[in-house]
Design a protein around this ligand. Sequence first.
Ligand SMILES: [Fe+2]
Ligand SMILES: [Fe+2]
Length: 375
Amino acid sequence: MNAPTHSAFANTAEEAIAAQDALDDPMTSEKATEVAMQNTLLTPRFYTTDFAEMDAIDVTPVREDWDRLIAQMKSDPNKGHFKKNEDWDNVDWEGMEPALKAEFIDFLISSCTAEFSGCVLYKEMKRRGSNEDITTLFQLMARDEARHAGFINDALREAGVRVNLGFLTQQKKYTYFRPKFIYYATYLSEKIGYARYITIYRHLEENPELRFHPIFKWFREWCNDEFSHGEAFALLMKSDPKLTESFGNKLWIKFFLTAVYSTMWVRDHQRPLFHEALGVDVTWYGQEVFRKTSEISKQIFPMTLDIDHPRWRKNLDRMEAASRQIAAAKARGGLGGMMSRLGGMAKAATAFVLVFTIPAKAHSVPTSTRMEPTY
Ligand SMILES: [Fe+2]
Ligand SMILES: [Fe+2]
């Protein structure tokens, strides 16, 4: 079999990565790879887990929905989509305001790393597993994420930057998460990814003059991939009811909802120019994405967060201020820097507790989890 020439046509993650790595000299753009290599609370991480435990999942209880979802993913409606075509307008990188350019490149690198983080985890599960249901699913999801990461890299390359995917796989630090934490965190990041992409896409559909880069035109098909990935994790959780029904696990779900939402809030507020250029009020955007994600997550999670509670936004803003204090203190260094950093961490932790303890809204969950993207 001939390897495809572009990641968009790749049938597996491995082919997509090879196609991307073949495009440039591996030593280019060390800077972008360096940014992608960072591990902080706010940067996308790479995960590893107990693959044997995941391999033992039995999807029999959700068989009918499972087979339909896998058939849909195998039919591969987005094959060839993640590639520049005549809709890709010329990007005036030189003319872009430098501060906006910096934020936008940072956004692209962080998105590329996040996409690739999914790819690496899914690819590894496929490689280690022997349960055919599980390996089939993970190979399909790895394929999609590798195409997404490859496409963002195509966009970065035009700005003279790129993330070295092969290097990242080997060198970036991996964080261990138990399988159930992988389900909660990954389910949420797929669904929140869908909500983020579709909210920007719909906004730019109404305000096309604000679309300052062509990549946003690709967001609709893109978010449908993420939606399907989220569906798969919902089914995995549905196959084992205690994951979403026991008291302890409900607390974990609430924890992950709070952590994922507040991380997004803090990260997005650090890119004011990017959102201004898109004509998006970042606070409105955050709440809108949370609303959509909460509505979707009712398919499997027995609770949603009360994002209209008076303590909610106030403390997300406090976390954001604390994170700016920590970054400034880190840059300053010395004893003063260290004290200020500890102070910032205490503030962030207090704000997190105040958000986490807001009473959640309980829901009953439907018998079948399956949903279609409707936003
Ligand atoms: Fe993706
Ligand atoms: Fe995904």
